[in-house]
Design a protein around this ligand. Structure first.
Ligand code: ADP
Ligand code: COI
Length: 417
């Protein structure tokens, strides 16, 4: 607690100027403590309200509980009957489960080195999780249909409030990570925070989607997902952004098992594919000057689907990744984006994953690159989903990225959400 008070107090002191009102309001709304709004509050009063805010035995108690992770097939099975009882049960599961998962995240924020935890943007995300914990943990026990409706409404709001968490973590770590010697610690925190968040969001989204009963879907599971369509959606999105940013876009060509249809969850693909595709597009455009008469070489996307997994290879002719940078490409915050794109005034820019997720994506507003979060986040997501993301570069020619993911109905064990 003492540590936390110091942290937030210093946040108050240094954070006020930096965290402009606009960001403050987008982070938090009604349920938050008042210290940030009232800049006239004395430091001591602020520290006091902050102590109350942080010193929550409820968080510690919840964080000690075990999480209950589900397999996609369990979700599929439970979700089959689309009736009130199922929705109620699903909400009751979330009511138990989400506070535990969120509490564990909060503890991880507290365990960050002081210098990182103090960063105003990271603190903002930390607070967002505290607020979510408080809201969900104090929610009345769900017993009736009406309770469930209210709970779901709240959940939907929270998902929206947390829309920019990845971008904010990327921006926060970019500001402060040079002060930390221990790389391993950063990787562990971010891998865990980001994949746990993916799990939480999938569960929440699953519940919300169950209530909508869309044909072909059981919650977030598309029971007959056409992989080609999902990839094409990302291609169109990335092409639009690239067209805006560079004024030219290489062709994106799809081949292999283009007719593959199987049950899967689109959400993680909608995160990963745009990140990998935008790298391929950027490398292709940047390695071929505008004045070359040659057309941009196409990006080849090859699909393979077998009994156990499906593989997407994204192959570009963008010159590859230099030998000495190969290992670094998968590090958080490693980017070869130039200065213009990496100064912190560009916070308005968001990482692709966030953009894809946004209710009204505004591709024109986003950068093609810049935070160095695309690859490490995508790899962490792929591994969370029981798969992998690997990069092979042919220096001087181009890069191949292999995304492998286990089928959720695979005979070998699948992953847990
Ligand atoms: P960002 O796109 O924000 O830089 P990423 O994590 O997606 O972050 O990529 C990190 C770095 O890896 C890029 O800045 C680039 O230098 C390198 N990279 C990634 N993909 C490719 C590719 N297909 N071709 C060449 N370089 C790449
Ligand atoms: C997140 O998106 O960061 C979450 O953890 C969502 C949750 C608060 C519902």
């Amino acid at each position: 607690p003492t540590m936390s008070v110091m942290r937030i107090a210093s946040f108050g002191a240094q954070g006020r100027g930096r965290l402009s009102l606009q960001r403050t309001t987008s982070f938090l709304s009604s349920n938050r403590v008042e210290y940030r709004a009232s800049t006239t509050t004395s430091e001591r009063e602020r520290a006091k309200s902050v102590a109350a805010f942080y010193n929550q035995p409820a968080v510690e108690a919840a964080a000690k509980k075990r999480t209950v992770r589900l397999t996609p097939s369990a979700i599929l099975y439970h979700g089959r009957t689309d009736d009130e009882a199922t929705t109620l049960k699903s909400a009751q599961y979330l009511q138990k489960e989400l506070p535990v998962r969120i509490a564990k995240r909060i503890i991880a924020f507290r365990d960050l080195p002081f210098i990182v935890g103090c960063n105003p943007i990271i603190l903002g995300v930390h607070e967002l999780y505290l607020r979510a914990f408080n809201i969900l943990n104090s929610f009345e026990t769900i017993k009736t249909r009406e309770d469930e409706v209210n709970y779901s409404r709240k959940l939907k709001e929270l998902l929206e409030d947390h829309q920019n968490v990845v971008t904010n973590l990327a921006a926060g770590f970019r500001e402060c990570r040079r002060h930390i010697q221990n790389e391993e610690l950063v990787v562990r925190f971010l891998d865990k925070t980001l994949t746990s968040r993916l799990g939480i969001r999938m569960l929440a989204q699953h519940h919300l989607s169950l209530r909508e009963s869309k044909p072909n879907y059981v919650g977030i599971i598309n029971v007959a997902m056409k992989l080609k369509e999902v990839i094409e959606r990302s291609c169109q999105f990335v092409s639009r952004v690239a067209e805006h940013k560079y004024g030219r876009v290489p062709q994106l060509k799809l081949s292999g098992h283009v007719n593959a249809v199987f049950p899967y969850i689109e959400l993680p693909l909608d995160y990963i594919l745009p990140e990998v595709l935008k790298n391929a597009v950027r490398a292709t455009v940047e390695s071929h000057s505008e004045f070359e008469m040659m057309r941009l070489p196409p990006i080849h996307i090859t699909i393979a689907s077998n009994e156990i997994d499906f593989i997407i290879r994204i192959s570009d002719r963008g010159g590859g990744i230099p030998h000495h940078l190969m290992d670094r490409a998968l590090e958080y915050n490693f980017t070869t984006a130039n200065e213009e794109n990496s100064d912190s005034t560009q916070l308005e820019g968001r990482v692709f994953s966030d953009m894809m997720e946004a209710v009204n994506p505004n591709p024109a507003g986003g950068p093609m690159h810049g935070f160095g979060f695309g690859l490490p986040t995508s790899r962490a997501y792929a591994e969370y989903m029981g798969g992998s993301l690997e990069i092979q570069a042919m220096q001087g020619i181009g890069t191949d990225v292999y995304l492998r993911l286990k089928h959720i109905n695979s005979p070998s064990a699948s992953f847990r959400i």
